[in-house]
Design a protein around this ligand. Structure first.
Ligand SMILES: [Zn+2]
Length: 74
């Protein structure tokens, strides 16, 4: 089962755009909105088990509205 199917991610809390789970450098996960560019913090992981845990943690933050707004001009 894909990790994307195991983690519930709500639409962007800022613009209600579609949000995606992203993997960075093979060792951290974060969620990003492609509509307005805001994102969650990233959480690092080392094993496949930790990867799912990391994904669920960022999803929980994202779903509760804890997002980082994009820097203007970037
Ligand atoms: Zn957004």
């Amino acid at each position: 089962m894909e990790i994307h199917e195991m983690v519930e991610i709500e639409d962007c809390p800022l613009c209600e755009g579609p949000a995606y789970l992203e993997e960075e450098n093979g060792n951290s996960m974060y969620i990003m909105c492609y509509e307005c560019g805001c994102h969650s913090i990233s959480t690092t992981f080392k094993t496949p088990e930790q990867k799912l845990d990391a994904a669920q943690r960022v999803a929980k933050l994202w779903n509760s509205g804890k997002v980082i707004k994009p820097t203007p001009g970037e």
